[in-house]
Write a protein of this length. Structure first.
Length: 190
């Protein structure tokens, strides 16, 4: 097989699976923050991610309000994606390294989704006209629980809310102190 065809196939597989991992991660984060479930965007995410989750939920229970079926599906999908890439590159994936790398990549994705969401919300706040759109409503219901603890520490003064800065700094520290070492350990074991 031509290396161009295998490279294109790998790209296509990685893109499709990566997009599906993003959808499932959004579902998990929206559940975690108790964002607006009846929002049309939330309903789309639920419908797209439900086919593999429905049978898994019959076997895997929720623990302390956390949907373990979604977490297991995310780790399995990301492990499949990384395992295939590793195999195509000519390496034999090691299970523990693949697991740690999958968890690290998923944590990194979750942090980036939160950062991006808060950033988009801040930009949208400059334009007051779109606040009643489904996307804006969902974004607000998703980011409010994340921003609320920082808003208690530093309340908004003179219309300036510094809570996103505190959250950004905290998330960047999480990336540098916890996620990156996990990724490095996973790559070393892989």
């Amino acid at each position: 097989m031509s290396p161009y065809i295998s490279d294109a196939g790998l790209f296509l597989f990685d893109t499709i699976l990566g997009f599906y991992v993003l959808i499932v991660m959004l579902r998990f984060l929206l559940q975690l923050t108790k964002a607006d479930f009846y929002n049309p965007i939330s309903q789309f995410i639920v419908k797209v991610s439900n086919p593999p989750l429905a049978p898994m939920r019959r076997i895997i229970p929720n623990v302390l309000g956390i949907d373990l079926a979604v977490i297991i599906l995310l780790i399995a999908l990301e492990g499949l994606r990384l395992g295939l890439i590793t195999t195509v590159l000519g390496h034999t994936p090691h299970f523990i390294g693949l697991f740690l790398l999958s968890v690290g990549e998923l944590l990194k994705l979750a942090v980036y989704i939160v950062i991006f969401s808060i950033f988009i919300r801040a930009i949208l706040s400059w334009f007051g006209s779109g606040n009643n759109q489904p996307f804006s409503i969902l974004l607000k219901s998703f980011t409010d629980p994340i921003l609320r603890p920082a808003q208690k520490i530093i309340p908004a003064t003179t219309g300036l809310d510094l809570s996103p800065m505190i959250i950004f700094i905290g998330l960047m520290l999480i990336l540098k102190l916890f996620v990156q070492p996990l990724l490095d350990t996973g790559r070393a074991l892989l």
